[in-house]
Design a protein around this ligand. Sequence first.
Ligand code: AKB
Length: 340
Amino acid sequence: MRKKIILITGANGEVGHGLINALAEQANTPDIVVLDIRVLDKAMRAKVHEVKVGDILDTAMLETLTNEYEIDAIFHLAALLSTHAEFNPEQAHRVNVQGTINLLRLSLEQSRMREKPVKFIYPSSIAVYGLPDLNTKAASKPIKEREYNTPITMYGMNKLYCEHLGRYYARHYRQLAATRETHMIDFRCVRFPGLISATTVPTGGTSDFAPEMLHAAASGKPYAAFVREDTRIPFMAMPDAVQALLKLADAPREKLSQLVYNVTSFSPAAAELRDLTASAFSGAKITFEPHLQRQNILDTWPAEVDDTAAEADWGWSPQYDLLHAFEDYLIPTIRQRYQD
Ligand code: AKB
């Protein structure tokens, strides 16, 4: 009999670490197998059953996973983020889209083998939105899932398309075949805002100015934010992002009225983030030197998203608002990190 597992791709990224910690603490959870192009950090290794170092584009390697394990759920976190993707759009497309198709196919294969849908948990992003100008952004109410789905970045387009691919593999796969698929996949998606972790500094994202500012201040380094002071996008503290993934994964299928859900916590202006950071770290040297093109990307992302569907369907509610995120999670944990 094959061992039942949960597969996490991109596990060495900042969401991956939090997710491994949270899953490892849960009772009755299948063992975790992780897949990343980099070796998993040492501190995490004891918490997982196996670390596969490899590329999600390597279909032969993915096949060995199918043969070795019964995969109960996949958290597909691997992706090239928005800023990184603009430097190599075709590579981003390969990783973000073809990589996701490879994992969707693997899930479908597994669903057939065990005659039960594999849960496919997919983090999408506010990058799927593309507001036309700042006036529209300022005048908009919190944006719903289906509004302004006109991204300007390769990453945003990749995420939006993969949301649709998830729907295809969940509901319409090979719809003209003589025999219909009986076991498709159970696709569930959250659209994350910018994430702020106290323990890891992200790379390659456009929302990175917030975590970069905090981590620089905590480690006594000056920081020039690449945005205007009035830049406003939604953010979330990392523990809430992990909870969102777990809560959506646990929700009864019949309660889910849609496949893709916005989730959000707070939407501060960059200047508010600077003020909160500076009041926690008295010597902080934070300035603003907007980078025209990265700013342009941020200006197309909404100031606020509407997450009422997630709240209604699966009880989503963030633990941290802006002040609590800083006071109870970010500042104490980051202080500790840079004192050690
Ligand atoms: C990025 O900035 O690319 C990501 C995101 C908002 O999805 N953090």
